[in-house]
Design a protein around this ligand. Structure first.
Ligand code: ADP
Ligand code: MG
Length: 394
Protein backbone atom coordinates (compact mmCIF):
# COMPACT_ATOMS: atom_id res chain seq x y z
CA UNK A 1 0.00 0.00 0.00
CA UNK A 2 1.14 3.52 -0.78
CA UNK A 3 1.81 6.10 1.92
CA UNK A 4 -1.17 8.26 2.75
CA UNK A 5 -1.32 11.72 4.26
CA UNK A 6 -1.61 10.03 7.68
CA UNK A 7 1.90 8.61 7.27
CA UNK A 8 3.71 11.94 6.83
CA UNK A 9 4.55 14.62 9.37
CA UNK A 10 2.71 17.69 8.13
CA UNK A 11 2.52 19.72 11.33
CA UNK A 12 3.26 23.40 10.61
CA UNK A 13 4.71 22.37 7.26
CA UNK A 14 4.04 23.83 3.84
CA UNK A 15 1.95 21.06 2.27
CA UNK A 16 1.24 21.06 -1.46
CA UNK A 17 -2.00 19.26 -2.23
CA UNK A 18 -2.64 18.36 -5.88
CA UNK A 19 -6.43 18.33 -6.10
CA UNK A 20 -8.74 17.66 -9.02
CA UNK A 21 -10.81 20.86 -9.02
CA UNK A 22 -11.58 20.48 -12.71
CA UNK A 23 -15.25 21.50 -12.44
CA UNK A 24 -17.57 22.62 -15.26
CA UNK A 25 -17.76 26.45 -15.35
CA UNK A 26 -19.99 28.54 -17.61
CA UNK A 27 -19.86 32.34 -17.65
CA UNK A 28 -17.99 32.30 -14.34
CA UNK A 29 -20.61 30.06 -12.66
CA UNK A 30 -19.69 26.63 -11.33
CA UNK A 31 -22.28 24.18 -12.69
CA UNK A 32 -21.36 21.24 -10.47
CA UNK A 33 -19.12 21.57 -7.40
CA UNK A 34 -18.83 17.84 -6.59
CA UNK A 35 -15.12 17.70 -7.24
CA UNK A 36 -14.49 20.62 -4.88
CA UNK A 37 -16.57 18.96 -2.16
CA UNK A 38 -14.75 15.67 -2.63
CA UNK A 39 -11.42 17.42 -2.04
CA UNK A 40 -12.46 18.84 1.33
CA UNK A 41 -11.60 15.83 3.49
CA UNK A 42 -7.89 15.95 2.69
CA UNK A 43 -7.73 19.75 2.84
CA UNK A 44 -9.50 19.79 6.21
CA UNK A 45 -7.21 17.09 7.57
CA UNK A 46 -4.18 19.20 6.63
CA UNK A 47 -5.72 22.30 8.22
CA UNK A 48 -6.60 20.36 11.39
CA UNK A 49 -2.93 19.39 11.56
CA UNK A 50 -1.81 23.02 11.37
CA UNK A 51 -0.34 22.74 7.90
CA UNK A 52 0.12 25.66 5.50
CA UNK A 53 -1.90 24.42 2.54
CA UNK A 54 -0.91 25.19 -1.05
CA UNK A 55 -3.39 23.78 -3.55
CA UNK A 56 -2.60 23.01 -7.18
CA UNK A 57 -5.15 21.89 -9.77
CA UNK A 58 -5.75 21.88 -13.49
CA UNK A 59 -8.94 23.10 -15.17
CA UNK A 60 -9.72 21.91 -18.69
CA UNK A 61 -7.25 21.91 -21.54
CA UNK A 62 -5.17 25.03 -22.20
CA UNK A 63 -2.91 25.12 -25.23
CA UNK A 64 -3.09 28.78 -26.37
CA UNK A 65 -3.51 32.22 -24.74
CA UNK A 66 -7.07 32.16 -26.14
CA UNK A 67 -7.81 28.88 -24.29
CA UNK A 68 -7.15 30.60 -20.95
CA UNK A 69 -10.48 32.41 -21.22
CA UNK A 70 -12.94 30.87 -18.79
CA UNK A 71 -10.28 28.50 -17.42
CA UNK A 72 -9.18 30.50 -14.38
CA UNK A 73 -9.53 28.83 -10.99
CA UNK A 74 -10.75 32.11 -9.43
CA UNK A 75 -14.42 30.96 -9.19
CA UNK A 76 -13.16 27.72 -7.63
CA UNK A 77 -11.24 29.67 -4.98
CA UNK A 78 -14.46 31.50 -4.07
CA UNK A 79 -16.50 28.30 -3.80
CA UNK A 80 -13.77 26.53 -1.87
CA UNK A 81 -13.66 29.42 0.56
CA UNK A 82 -17.45 29.19 1.06
CA UNK A 83 -17.32 25.44 1.61
CA UNK A 84 -14.43 25.66 4.10
CA UNK A 85 -15.87 28.78 5.66
CA UNK A 86 -12.40 30.24 5.60
CA UNK A 87 -10.30 32.58 3.45
CA UNK A 88 -8.68 30.96 0.43
CA UNK A 89 -6.05 33.23 -1.07
CA UNK A 90 -6.10 32.93 -4.87
CA UNK A 91 -2.81 33.65 -6.64
CA UNK A 92 -3.32 34.49 -10.28
CA UNK A 93 0.12 33.21 -11.30
CA UNK A 94 1.43 29.69 -11.75
CA UNK A 95 5.05 30.73 -11.28
CA UNK A 96 6.34 34.09 -10.01
CA UNK A 97 8.27 35.92 -7.32
CA UNK A 98 4.93 37.12 -6.00
CA UNK A 99 3.71 33.53 -5.56
CA UNK A 100 6.97 32.52 -3.88
CA UNK A 101 6.74 35.47 -1.46
CA UNK A 102 3.10 34.80 -0.63
CA UNK A 103 3.94 31.17 0.15
CA UNK A 104 6.90 32.18 2.31
CA UNK A 105 4.66 34.48 4.33
CA UNK A 106 2.04 31.80 5.08
CA UNK A 107 1.07 30.93 8.62
CA UNK A 108 -0.30 27.63 9.90
CA UNK A 109 -3.86 26.95 8.63
CA UNK A 110 -3.50 29.45 5.76
CA UNK A 111 -4.64 28.30 2.31
CA UNK A 112 -3.39 29.39 -1.08
CA UNK A 113 -4.91 28.24 -4.38
CA UNK A 114 -2.52 28.64 -7.29
CA UNK A 115 -3.86 29.43 -10.80
CA UNK A 116 -4.66 26.58 -13.24
CA UNK A 117 -1.53 24.43 -13.68
CA UNK A 118 -2.34 24.00 -17.39
CA UNK A 119 -1.60 27.69 -18.01
CA UNK A 120 1.96 26.34 -18.11
CA UNK A 121 1.01 24.37 -21.25
CA UNK A 122 0.75 27.52 -23.39
CA UNK A 123 4.47 27.72 -24.15
CA UNK A 124 5.59 24.17 -24.80
CA UNK A 125 3.22 22.01 -22.71
CA UNK A 126 5.51 22.33 -19.69
CA UNK A 127 2.93 20.96 -17.23
CA UNK A 128 1.74 18.10 -19.45
CA UNK A 129 5.27 17.12 -20.45
CA UNK A 130 6.50 17.10 -16.86
CA UNK A 131 9.10 19.82 -17.42
CA UNK A 132 11.86 19.48 -14.85
CA UNK A 133 12.35 23.21 -14.16
CA UNK A 134 8.64 23.69 -13.58
CA UNK A 135 8.39 20.68 -11.26
CA UNK A 136 11.41 21.98 -9.31
CA UNK A 137 9.82 25.40 -8.94
CA UNK A 138 6.51 24.01 -7.69
CA UNK A 139 8.31 21.59 -5.36
CA UNK A 140 10.28 24.55 -3.93
CA UNK A 141 6.99 26.00 -2.65
CA UNK A 142 6.36 23.11 -0.26
CA UNK A 143 7.97 20.66 2.11
CA UNK A 144 5.55 17.77 1.62
CA UNK A 145 3.44 16.71 -1.38
CA UNK A 146 0.01 15.06 -1.27
CA UNK A 147 -1.56 13.76 -4.47
CA UNK A 148 -5.35 13.69 -4.18
CA UNK A 149 -6.15 14.17 -7.88
CA UNK A 150 -7.34 10.73 -8.92
CA UNK A 151 -8.46 11.71 -12.42
CA UNK A 152 -4.92 12.59 -13.57
CA UNK A 153 -3.01 9.68 -11.99
CA UNK A 154 -2.63 8.03 -15.39
CA UNK A 155 -0.71 11.04 -16.66
CA UNK A 156 2.88 12.01 -15.83
CA UNK A 157 2.57 15.76 -15.39
CA UNK A 158 4.79 18.26 -13.55
CA UNK A 159 2.12 18.96 -10.92
CA UNK A 160 1.81 15.31 -9.94
CA UNK A 161 4.70 13.03 -10.97
CA UNK A 162 7.19 15.92 -11.21
CA UNK A 163 6.70 17.26 -7.68
CA UNK A 164 6.27 13.77 -6.19
CA UNK A 165 9.71 12.75 -7.45
CA UNK A 166 11.28 15.65 -5.53
CA UNK A 167 9.37 15.98 -2.23
CA UNK A 168 8.33 13.40 0.40
CA UNK A 169 4.95 12.34 -0.98
CA UNK A 170 1.77 10.49 -0.14
CA UNK A 171 -1.76 10.13 -1.46
CA UNK A 172 -4.80 11.91 -0.03
CA UNK A 173 -8.05 10.36 1.19
CA UNK A 174 -9.83 10.57 -2.15
CA UNK A 175 -7.09 8.68 -3.99
CA UNK A 176 -6.78 6.19 -1.14
CA UNK A 177 -10.48 5.33 -1.39
CA UNK A 178 -10.33 4.98 -5.18
CA UNK A 179 -7.34 2.64 -4.92
CA UNK A 180 -8.96 0.42 -2.31
CA UNK A 181 -12.33 0.21 -4.07
CA UNK A 182 -10.99 -0.32 -7.57
CA UNK A 183 -8.55 -2.92 -6.27
CA UNK A 184 -11.54 -5.06 -5.30
CA UNK A 185 -12.16 -5.47 -9.05
CA UNK A 186 -8.51 -6.33 -9.76
CA UNK A 187 -7.87 -8.82 -6.98
CA UNK A 188 -11.25 -10.50 -6.80
CA UNK A 189 -12.41 -11.85 -3.46
CA UNK A 190 -16.18 -11.65 -3.95
CA UNK A 191 -17.94 -14.01 -6.38
CA UNK A 192 -19.88 -14.27 -8.57
CA UNK A 193 -18.13 -11.26 -10.10
CA UNK A 194 -20.33 -9.72 -12.81
CA UNK A 195 -18.93 -7.15 -15.22
CA UNK A 196 -21.40 -5.00 -17.16
CA UNK A 197 -20.02 -3.24 -20.14
CA UNK A 198 -21.73 -0.75 -22.41
CA UNK A 199 -20.85 2.41 -24.25
CA UNK A 200 -20.09 3.05 -27.85
CA UNK A 201 -17.16 1.10 -29.28
CA UNK A 202 -15.57 -2.26 -28.54
CA UNK A 203 -12.31 -1.01 -30.00
CA UNK A 204 -11.88 1.62 -27.27
CA UNK A 205 -12.35 -1.01 -24.58
CA UNK A 206 -10.42 -4.03 -25.84
CA UNK A 207 -7.77 -3.77 -23.10
CA UNK A 208 -10.31 -3.63 -20.35
CA UNK A 209 -12.49 -6.39 -21.83
CA UNK A 210 -9.38 -8.60 -22.12
CA UNK A 211 -8.37 -8.07 -18.53
CA UNK A 212 -11.88 -8.40 -17.07
CA UNK A 213 -13.29 -11.31 -19.02
CA UNK A 214 -10.69 -13.66 -17.59
CA UNK A 215 -11.56 -12.67 -14.03
CA UNK A 216 -15.31 -12.26 -14.32
CA UNK A 217 -17.91 -14.99 -13.92
CA UNK A 218 -20.23 -13.14 -16.31
CA UNK A 219 -19.84 -10.31 -18.79
CA UNK A 220 -23.16 -8.60 -19.50
CA UNK A 221 -23.01 -6.30 -22.51
CA UNK A 222 -25.14 -3.45 -23.79
CA UNK A 223 -24.84 -0.33 -25.94
CA UNK A 224 -22.76 -0.25 -29.11
CA UNK A 225 -20.57 -2.97 -27.57
CA UNK A 226 -23.51 -5.39 -27.58
CA UNK A 227 -24.32 -4.46 -31.19
CA UNK A 228 -20.87 -5.60 -32.27
CA UNK A 229 -21.20 -8.93 -30.44
CA UNK A 230 -24.67 -9.44 -31.95
CA UNK A 231 -23.37 -8.63 -35.42
CA UNK A 232 -20.61 -11.20 -34.85
CA UNK A 233 -23.34 -13.73 -34.06
CA UNK A 234 -24.94 -12.98 -37.41
CA UNK A 235 -27.80 -10.61 -36.56
CA UNK A 236 -28.62 -7.89 -39.06
CA UNK A 237 -28.70 -4.72 -36.98
CA UNK A 238 -29.48 -2.41 -39.91
CA UNK A 239 -28.28 1.17 -39.19
CA UNK A 240 -27.07 0.43 -35.62
CA UNK A 241 -23.60 1.45 -34.52
CA UNK A 242 -21.35 -1.57 -35.05
CA UNK A 243 -17.60 -1.49 -34.57
CA UNK A 244 -16.77 -3.33 -37.81
CA UNK A 245 -13.04 -3.67 -37.03
CA UNK A 246 -13.84 -5.51 -33.82
CA UNK A 247 -16.21 -8.16 -35.18
CA UNK A 248 -13.49 -10.85 -35.42
CA UNK A 249 -12.37 -10.01 -31.92
CA UNK A 250 -15.93 -10.41 -30.60
CA UNK A 251 -16.25 -13.72 -32.44
CA UNK A 252 -13.10 -15.04 -30.75
CA UNK A 253 -14.45 -14.01 -27.38
CA UNK A 254 -17.82 -15.64 -28.09
CA UNK A 255 -16.05 -18.88 -28.99
CA UNK A 256 -13.78 -18.83 -25.97
CA UNK A 257 -16.20 -17.56 -23.33
CA UNK A 258 -19.64 -18.55 -24.63
CA UNK A 259 -20.96 -19.32 -21.12
CA UNK A 260 -19.78 -16.03 -19.65
CA UNK A 261 -20.98 -13.51 -22.23
CA UNK A 262 -24.59 -12.44 -21.77
CA UNK A 263 -26.13 -10.56 -24.70
CA UNK A 264 -29.30 -8.47 -24.93
CA UNK A 265 -32.30 -9.98 -26.77
CA UNK A 266 -34.28 -6.84 -27.62
CA UNK A 267 -33.92 -3.09 -27.96
CA UNK A 268 -35.40 0.32 -28.70
CA UNK A 269 -34.48 2.11 -31.89
CA UNK A 270 -34.92 5.25 -33.92
CA UNK A 271 -34.18 6.19 -37.53
CA UNK A 272 -31.44 8.65 -36.52
CA UNK A 273 -29.10 9.25 -33.58
CA UNK A 274 -31.60 11.74 -32.15
CA UNK A 275 -33.88 12.08 -29.15
CA UNK A 276 -37.03 13.50 -30.75
CA UNK A 277 -38.05 10.92 -33.37
CA UNK A 278 -40.44 7.99 -33.19
CA UNK A 279 -39.15 5.15 -30.99
CA UNK A 280 -39.60 1.51 -32.13
CA UNK A 281 -39.39 -1.67 -30.07
CA UNK A 282 -37.47 -4.51 -31.73
CA UNK A 283 -36.76 -8.18 -31.26
CA UNK A 284 -33.32 -8.79 -32.74
CA UNK A 285 -34.35 -10.65 -35.89
CA UNK A 286 -36.91 -8.19 -37.19
CA UNK A 287 -35.35 -4.74 -37.05
CA UNK A 288 -36.70 -2.43 -39.76
CA UNK A 289 -34.29 -1.30 -42.48
CA UNK A 290 -34.12 2.38 -41.51
CA UNK A 291 -33.61 1.78 -37.76
CA UNK A 292 -30.67 1.92 -35.36
CA UNK A 293 -30.75 0.29 -31.90
CA UNK A 294 -30.03 2.93 -29.26
CA UNK A 295 -31.05 1.08 -26.08
CA UNK A 296 -31.73 -2.39 -24.72
CA UNK A 297 -35.32 -3.51 -24.02
CA UNK A 298 -37.31 -5.08 -21.15
CA UNK A 299 -36.66 -8.71 -22.18
CA UNK A 300 -32.93 -8.05 -21.96
CA UNK A 301 -33.38 -6.57 -18.50
CA UNK A 302 -35.34 -9.70 -17.49
CA UNK A 303 -32.49 -11.85 -18.82
CA UNK A 304 -29.84 -9.88 -16.91
CA UNK A 305 -31.74 -9.65 -13.63
CA UNK A 306 -31.26 -13.20 -12.20
CA UNK A 307 -27.54 -13.04 -12.92
CA UNK A 308 -27.26 -9.72 -11.10
CA UNK A 309 -29.30 -11.03 -8.18
CA UNK A 310 -26.68 -13.72 -7.54
CA UNK A 311 -23.72 -11.34 -7.85
CA UNK A 312 -21.45 -10.51 -4.92
CA UNK A 313 -19.37 -7.99 -6.85
CA UNK A 314 -20.41 -5.89 -9.86
CA UNK A 315 -18.29 -3.58 -11.99
CA UNK A 316 -20.17 -1.32 -14.39
CA UNK A 317 -18.45 0.47 -17.23
CA UNK A 318 -20.42 2.21 -19.93
CA UNK A 319 -24.16 2.94 -20.27
CA UNK A 320 -26.39 0.24 -21.84
CA UNK A 321 -27.86 2.73 -24.29
CA UNK A 322 -27.71 6.38 -25.26
CA UNK A 323 -28.68 7.31 -21.73
CA UNK A 324 -28.11 11.02 -22.34
CA UNK A 325 -31.28 10.89 -24.53
CA UNK A 326 -34.55 10.73 -22.60
CA UNK A 327 -35.99 8.25 -25.14
CA UNK A 328 -33.11 5.83 -24.64
CA UNK A 329 -32.35 6.03 -20.93
CA UNK A 330 -34.61 3.04 -20.07
CA UNK A 331 -31.99 0.24 -20.05
CA UNK A 332 -29.37 2.13 -18.06
CA UNK A 333 -31.97 3.39 -15.58
CA UNK A 334 -33.50 -0.07 -15.05
CA UNK A 335 -30.06 -1.55 -14.60
CA UNK A 336 -29.13 1.05 -11.96
CA UNK A 337 -32.42 0.35 -10.22
CA UNK A 338 -31.64 -3.38 -10.03
CA UNK A 339 -28.10 -2.66 -8.84
CA UNK A 340 -29.54 -0.47 -6.12
CA UNK A 341 -31.72 -3.32 -4.87
CA UNK A 342 -29.33 -6.26 -4.90
CA UNK A 343 -27.03 -7.29 -2.10
CA UNK A 344 -23.66 -6.94 -3.82
CA UNK A 345 -20.63 -4.71 -3.75
CA UNK A 346 -21.01 -2.29 -6.67
CA UNK A 347 -18.26 -0.29 -8.32
CA UNK A 348 -18.85 2.08 -11.22
CA UNK A 349 -15.96 3.29 -13.38
CA UNK A 350 -16.01 5.23 -16.64
CA UNK A 351 -16.95 8.87 -17.16
CA UNK A 352 -20.33 8.46 -18.86
CA UNK A 353 -21.60 5.62 -16.67
CA UNK A 354 -20.58 7.49 -13.50
CA UNK A 355 -22.31 10.63 -14.80
CA UNK A 356 -25.47 8.63 -15.62
CA UNK A 357 -25.55 7.06 -12.14
CA UNK A 358 -25.32 10.52 -10.56
CA UNK A 359 -27.83 12.07 -12.97
CA UNK A 360 -30.41 9.36 -12.23
CA UNK A 361 -30.10 9.93 -8.47
CA UNK A 362 -27.76 7.14 -7.38
CA UNK A 363 -24.86 9.28 -6.19
CA UNK A 364 -24.80 7.71 -2.73
CA UNK A 365 -26.37 4.33 -3.52
CA UNK A 366 -23.33 2.31 -4.51
CA UNK A 367 -20.10 1.26 -2.84
CA UNK A 368 -18.06 3.35 -5.21
CA UNK A 369 -18.50 5.67 -8.17
CA UNK A 370 -15.06 6.51 -9.47
CA UNK A 371 -14.26 10.17 -9.99
CA UNK A 372 -11.83 9.46 -12.84
CA UNK A 373 -12.81 7.89 -16.16
CA UNK A 374 -9.46 7.11 -17.80
CA UNK A 375 -7.56 6.55 -14.55
CA UNK A 376 -10.12 4.07 -13.20
CA UNK A 377 -10.10 2.04 -16.41
CA UNK A 378 -6.30 1.89 -16.55
CA UNK A 379 -6.21 0.72 -12.94
CA UNK A 380 -8.78 -2.00 -13.63
CA UNK A 381 -6.75 -3.11 -16.63
CA UNK A 382 -3.97 -3.76 -14.12
CA UNK A 383 -1.68 -0.96 -15.28
CA UNK A 384 0.57 0.83 -12.84
CA UNK A 385 -0.35 4.51 -13.00
CA UNK A 386 2.59 6.97 -13.16
CA UNK A 387 1.06 9.22 -10.49
CA UNK A 388 0.92 6.26 -8.08
CA UNK A 389 4.21 4.67 -9.02
CA UNK A 390 6.26 7.64 -7.73
CA UNK A 391 4.62 7.59 -4.29
CA UNK A 392 6.59 5.60 -1.70
CA UNK A 393 5.18 2.43 -0.23
CA UNK A 394 4.40 2.32 3.48
P1 ADP B 1 -17.90 5.34 -20.20
O1 ADP B 1 -17.47 6.79 -20.27
O2 ADP B 1 -18.84 5.09 -19.05
O3 ADP B 1 -16.73 4.41 -20.24
P2 ADP B 1 -18.31 5.26 -23.06
O4 ADP B 1 -17.61 6.56 -23.22
O5 ADP B 1 -17.62 4.05 -23.56
O6 ADP B 1 -18.76 5.04 -21.52
O7 ADP B 1 -19.68 5.29 -23.81
C1 ADP B 1 -20.66 6.26 -23.66
C2 ADP B 1 -21.31 6.58 -24.97
O8 ADP B 1 -21.85 5.42 -25.58
C3 ADP B 1 -22.46 7.53 -24.80
O9 ADP B 1 -22.16 8.75 -25.44
C4 ADP B 1 -23.62 6.84 -25.50
O10 ADP B 1 -24.35 7.71 -26.32
C5 ADP B 1 -22.96 5.80 -26.36
N1 ADP B 1 -23.85 4.67 -26.63
C6 ADP B 1 -24.40 3.82 -25.75
N2 ADP B 1 -25.20 2.93 -26.36
C7 ADP B 1 -25.18 3.23 -27.69
C8 ADP B 1 -25.81 2.68 -28.86
N3 ADP B 1 -26.63 1.62 -28.79
N4 ADP B 1 -25.54 3.26 -30.05
C9 ADP B 1 -24.71 4.33 -30.12
N5 ADP B 1 -24.09 4.88 -29.08
C10 ADP B 1 -24.32 4.35 -27.87
MG1 MG C 1 -16.87 8.07 -21.88
Amino acid sequence: MKKTIRDLDIKNKRVIIRCDLNVPIKDGEILDDNRIRESLETINYALDNDAKVIILSHLGRVKTEEDKKGKSLLPVAKRLSELLNKEVKFIKDTRSEFLTNEVNNMKSKDIILVENTRYEDVNGSLESKNNEELAKYWASLGEVFINDAFGTLHRAHASNVGIASILPSAVGFLVEKELIMLDSCVNIEDRPFVVIMGGAKVHDKINIIDSLIKKADYLIVGGGIANTFLKAKGYDLKKSLVDIESIDYCNDLLNKYSDKIILPVDGYSSSEYMDNLEVCYNELNNIKDNQMILDIGPKSIEKFKPILEKAKLVFLNGPLGVSEFKNFEYGTKELLNILNEIDSKIVIGGGDSAAAAIRFGYKNSFDHISTGGGASLELIEGKELPGIKVIENK
